[in-house]
Design a binder for this molecule. Structure first.
Ligand SMILES: *[C@@H]1O[C@H](CO)[C@@H](O)[C@H](O)[C@H]1NC(C)=O
Ligand SMILES: *[C@@H]1O[C@H](CO)[C@@H](O)[C@H](O)[C@H]1NC(C)=O
Length: 257
């Protein structure tokens, strides 16, 4: 009955293909989407993307991050992932990209990663190292530090730099921004999950928080399956162009790993 397994190599191949076929990330359609917001933000960053995904039948979770450290954010994200059977598309905006790069590592429930104007550091790389390779973004110098050492982006500067293309709601986002620890800039990434999972990227063409060229180069570095550049978009591309962001997330969910 097993005489077609002629060599150990064939045996391994057969075993490998059986395991792949049986793994949850490959056999079931992706119904779960977990959204991770960035720094100077909160879960409401996703308030325009979420209903589009829900209307398409997805089970959406927007993680509310403590922003006290990358490690704390990863712990919170892992807790959310732990609640869900999988397979899962994990999405990160901005500093959320650093978080998903850690949280999805060696997690077999993850079927794809989507980076939205996000950092995707390599092993041992920090966000500041990436930022310093490019001209300093316009928003630098517009941050204030509170008595606990947490940073916020000044409200008027927030409207100027973070979401100038969605002025109607930008003031709301500015008031809801979570004060963020400064250590996240020098946090060195662990082994990156984007080397393990198919990844997608959205470049915000007129981003004044993260250099758009850094974003475009990041998409190349992580060998993104698909990259969309939204010309003229601010850093808040998920708020100003929610359909574009929802569409690439759904494309990632529909793709076979
Ligand atoms: C939907 O996501 C929640 C977590 O937000 C999880 O508890 C639940 O099990 C998920 N539902 C399905 C059908 O996977
Ligand atoms: C990352 O840093 C650790 C500790 O310094 C080192 O052992 C390891 O070789 C580094 N890995 C890479 C890929 O740079």
């Amino acid at each position: 009955m097993f005489n077609f397994i002629k060599t150990p190599v064939f045996g391994y191949l057969l075993l490998a293909s059986t395991l792949l076929a049986a793994s949850p990330a490959n056999s079931k359609p992706v119904k779960n989407i977990v959204l991770v917001h960035g720094a100077y933000a909160d879960g409401s960053s996703w308030s325009r993307v979420t209903p589009l995904l829900q209307a398409a039948g997805y089970n959406v979770t927007a993680v509310q991050q403590p922003l006290s450290s990358i490690q704390d954010d990863v712990t919170k994200t892992n807790a959310a992932l732990g609640q869900i059977d999988g397979p899962i598309v994990l999405v990160g905006h901005s500093f959320g990209g650093v978080v998903i790069t850690q949280a999805a590592y060696n997690n077999p429930k993850i079927s794809a990663l989507v980076y939205v104007a996000a950092f995707a550091p390599d092993f041992n790389q920090s966000a500041i190292e990436l930022i310093m390779k490019y001209p300093i973004p316009p928003a630098a110098g517009s941050f204030v530090t509170d008595s606990q050492g947490r940073q916020t982006l000044l409200k008027d500067k927030f409207v100027q730099y973070f979401c100038p293309d969605v002025k109607s709601i930008c003031g709301v986002l500015a008031t809801a921004q979570g004060p963020s620890d400064q250590g996240r800039y020098i946090y060195q990434s662990g082994p990156p999950a984007w080397k393990q999972h198919p990844s997608y990227y959205v470049v915000a063409g007129n981003d004044q928080i993260i250099n758009p060229q850094l974003e475009a180069d990041t998409a190349v570095k992580i060998k993104a399956v698909k990259t969309i550049k939204v010309a003229g978009s601010s850093h808040a591309v998920l708020v100003s162009h929610p359909q574009v962001v929802a569409d690439i997330i759904m494309e990632a969910a529909n793709a076979k790993k």
